[in-house]
Design a protein. Structure first.
Length: 217
């Protein structure tokens, strides 16, 4: 894979339609599309700015649908089975999200449910809403740009995979205190983490924006 470093834009350049700012260090560049499976990398902080891939839209849609099915199913299936001295209990993701239902702690339940269930589901629906017409070379749905912008803003707050990793770390600490069994939801979340990684690799935000601009014109 070849790294294509964009030359920083000289001060005073006036063609704003070609400008691209690095989201990490704010360096300005004159954007140009690299070849398939090549990357445009920020010369200052080495962040990947553009990474187009062949048939990425279809792959992202397929992965997003898989994530959607896994997350919905994992919400209701048992996540863990914990037993101590003959006493056992099973808990699902929904049980964990609604564990605190009274007093000020109810706000914590709302936040947990939003970050591990509501926001990830909303992001998946927004991504599908934006990409479905693009893959079929059709006119984007109304407000597709706003939908994609919202999906990008919600990305740091979608923590379904972070929840799974946090649970794995916590299990290491309690393994000596109780007998722990993994339910179907645990393995669904494990698969979800892997799929999220691949989905992020395929999704090139710059390519999506260019597709929206091209098909709207």
């Amino acid at each position: 894979m070849t790294d294509l470093d964009h030359t920083p834009l000289p001060y005073g350049a006036s063609d704003l339609s070609e400008l691209m700012a690095c989201p990490h260090c704010d360096a300005l560049y004159r954007a140009r599309t690299p070849g398939w499976n090549e990357r445009a990398v920020c010369a200052r902080c080495h962040l990947v700015l553009i990474a187009p891939k062949r048939k990425a839209g279809i792959k992202i849609i397929a992965l997003t649908l898989a994530m959607l099915v896994l997350l919905v199913a994992a919400t209701f299936f048992p996540f863990l089975d914990i037993s101590v001295q003959g006493f056992g209990n099973k808990a699902s993701i929904l049980d964990s999200a609604t564990a605190f239902q009274s007093g000020p702690m109810a706000l914590l339940s709302v936040a947990v449910a939003a970050m591990i269930l509501v926001i990830p589901l909303l992001r998946m629906m927004l991504v599908l809403y934006v990409l479905m017409p693009i893959v079929r070379d059709e006119t984007p749905f109304p407000h597709a740009r706003r939908a994609f912008r919202l999906s990008q803003k919600l990305k740091p707050w979608a923590m379904a995979e972070i929840f799974a990793i946090g649970c794995a770390v916590a299990l290491v600490k309690v393994a000596d205190l109780a007998t722990i069994g993994f339910g179907p939801a645990f393995w669904m979340f494990s698969a979800l983490v892997v799929i999220v990684i691949f989905n992020d690799r395929y999704l090139c935000t710059w390519s999506v924006w260019k597709s929206l601009e091209t098909q709207n014109s």
